[in-house]
Design a protein around this ligand. Structure first.
Ligand code: ATP
Ligand code: MG
Length: 354
């Protein structure tokens, strides 16, 4: 083959393999070697590409010259990778050939799967309260028509269910807004001790009702960071509310703000806000998934409390938008700590960040 053709294959950004009329590999670029292994040239293609659908496609194109598209799947034990493979006929000097190019479609397929899962989850979350509402409407029209006491009771439940649907829709909207602006870093000055104090006083009635003691460990002096005050409030309301909700009677929830310090994880100066509870905690195996939408440790308990399962997903997005970090620790029987590390000042321009 011409050196020029070989150079062309080497210059292709995707894995590319050229197969000759005698069914041997004529050329392969570095990307193909990375995918299929060393020593490809002059081997019979069947010994390299062992997947039947791909072999059929290559043979077909060698025979009739028509282009074909097919799939190639690999796995390194931890992760599966899916390729779309294109087979195109090429006229070589001594006969027909086939050029294979591999494009990695794993991420596209994963994104599609995530979208389908998300829609399924949302539908499921909405259907539960909706089914309850429909059931009660039915009952109010029929059996409970003249029963004033039952009517009151059912209307209250219906109000709760409708409220849950409203919260769910509100949370979904705030998530999609957050996603849209995640790359825009907020820059308003926010006095953290002041904000955290007002979060605590806002939740004092909830804590009192739950029999939980709130313990502030906040500095007296103002401490300003660059951020979005409404969103930061949302973060700490969510975390303190969770701590109160899931810890239950007799528990203590501490809200602690540390002095500014250099944080290696941020590669910058930052502050740490900790929400520490003495509640039941959970198995640390849940931690990696806790910030996923709709993930709950105990879904029955969360739903009973009117939770949407979106709180921590929102927290995670807001913290990301502030270029901060969220760390979760929990010991079953002892309690949990949710730690938010926030940079003090606006970050250096993109590219210099880690
Ligand atoms: N402090 C905590 N102690 C024990 N479990 C917790 C704590 N915080 C969160 N969880 C668990 O994590 C799950 C996810 O929390 P998240 O805030 O995302 O959803 P939620 O509280 O169920 O709903 P929402 O916050 O939307 O009302 C909760 O359902 C709960 O099982
Ligand atoms: Mg919550």
């Amino acid at each position: 083959m011409h050196a020029e053709a070989r150079d062309l294959i080497a210059a292709m950004p995707l894995p590319a393999v050229l197969i000759r009329w005698d069914e041997r590999i004529d050329a392969a670029n570095a990307e193909a070697v990375a995918l299929l292994g060393d020593g490809l040239v002059e081997r019979h293609f069947i010994t390299v590409l062992r997947q039947p659908v791909l072999l059929d496609a290559i043979e077909g194109t060698l025979r009739d010259g028509a282009p074909r598209k097919t799939r190639y799947l690999t796995s390194n034990g931890r992760q599966d990778t899916a390729f779309d493979v294109s087979c195109r006929a090429v006229a070589l000097s001594k006969g027909p050939g086939v050029l294979l190019t591999f494009s990695d479609v794993t991420q596209m397929e994963q994104a599609g799967q995530m979208r389908r899962d998300f829609v399924a989850n949302v539908s499921h979350e909405l259907r539960t309260p909706l089914t309850a509402l429909l059931g009660f409407i039915e009952t109010l029209r029929g059996p409970a028509r003249e029963d004033a006491a039952a009517r009151e009771r059912f209307l209250e439940i219906m109000g709760n269910e409708a409220g849950r649907m409203e919260r769910l829709v509100g949370d979904l909207l705030s998530l999609s807004r957050l996603e849209a602006e995640e790359r825009v870093r907020p820059t308003q000055p926010v006095d953290l001790p002041d904000l955290l104090n007002s979060v605590l006083s806002g939740l004092a009635p909830v804590a009192a009702e739950a029999g939980v003691t709130l313990i502030p460990e906040l500095p007296e002096a103002p401490l300003e960071i660059a951020g979005d005050p409404d969103q930061l409030r949302q973060v700490f309301v969510n975390l303190v509310e969770n701590a109160v909700k899931y810890s239950g009677k007799g528990a203590q929830v501490t809200l602690r703000l540390s002095a500014p310090a250099y944080h290696p994880r941020l590669r910058a100066d930052g502050v740490e806000v900790e929400v520490i509870d003495t509640g039941p905690g959970f198995d640390p195996l849940h931690i990696p998934r806790l910030t996923e939408r709709f993930y709950r440790v105990d879904s029955h308990r969360s739903r009973e409390m009117g939770g949407t399962g979106l709180g921590l997903a929102i927290v995670k997005h807001i913290v990301n938008r502030h270029r901060g970090r969220l760390r979760i620790e929990s010991t079953p029987g002892k309690g949990s700590t949710f730690r938010v590390i926030l940079p003090l000042r606006a970050a250096p321009p993109r590219g210099e960040e880690g």
